[in-house]
Design a protein around this ligand. Structure first.
Ligand code: NI
Length: 216
């Protein structure tokens, strides 16, 4: 069931086009396809939760525009867009607060999303950091920041260490029941990938396995 008016749907389409054109050139894993996936996932969750669907959709489209770690970042872009489409003060305030408190770094600083709309968008964004897509995005982001793939340690600034320091913990931070099962499945895929990665890294094990009992 779509809970939005015709006018609200029209605004969503316009914001979507605008955001996609800003983000399409990104190569750090935060391109317009990330926004498209977060938006679609947030919409799916919003349909089964009691919430302001319009706020969920707008926030999911705008959530990365002011991220300090991204190249296209512009400090006042979210507020500018909210104003341009004449979104009410109350909804605008809510969207700005959600976006400011939903990142993993905000979480580490003690910020928490407090509304159902914030929980939905945060879960949808976290979901896109997991699974096969999460793996692809992790290395794209690492490359964009000149980070090594791996240096033999699980707690430094390599892309592999990022799985242990952040990504494998995300599923336990999911807000909603409906997100937890998907997040767990995607986490299992990353664990499988890391097992393979370490196996190939230690290729002694691999050689033993592939040559089997022939070495006598
Ligand atoms: Ni994001």
């Amino acid at each position: 069931m779509n809970k939005m008016t015709k006018e609200e749907r029209r605004i969503i389409e316009q914001i979507r086009t605008e955001v996609f054109s800003i983000m399409k050139e990104d190569s750090s894993g935060h391109d317009s396809t990330h926004i498209e996936r977060v938006w679609r996932m947030a919409r799916r969750i919003a349909e089964i939760e009691e919430c302001d669907q319009f706020v969920v959709e707008v926030a999911s489209l705008l959530h990365d525009l002011e991220d300090p770690k991204l190249a296209f970042r512009d400090k006042h872009q979210v507020a500018t867009i909210l104003k341009k489409y004449d979104i009410s003060m109350e909804r605008s305030q809510h969207i700005l607060e959600m976006i400011a408190s939903m990142s993993f770094s905000s979480h580490q600083k003690g910020y928490r999303v407090t509304t159902i709309e914030g929980m939905i968008v945060q879960d949808a964004d976290r979901m896109d950091a997991l699974g096969a897509i999460g793996i692809a995005r992790t290395f794209a982001y690492g490359g964009s920041k000149h980070r090594p793939i791996y240096q033999g340690q699980d707690d430094d600034d390599s892309s592999i260490a990022h799985f242990y320091l952040k990504l494998l913990r995300l599923h336990s931070l999911m807000n909603l029941e409906s997100s937890k099962a998907i997040a767990q499945e995607r986490t299992n895929r990353m664990i499988q990938f890391l097992d393979w990665f370490h196996e190939e890294w230690q290729d002694d094990t691999l050689i033993q396995k592939t040559t089997g009992g022939n070495e006598q």
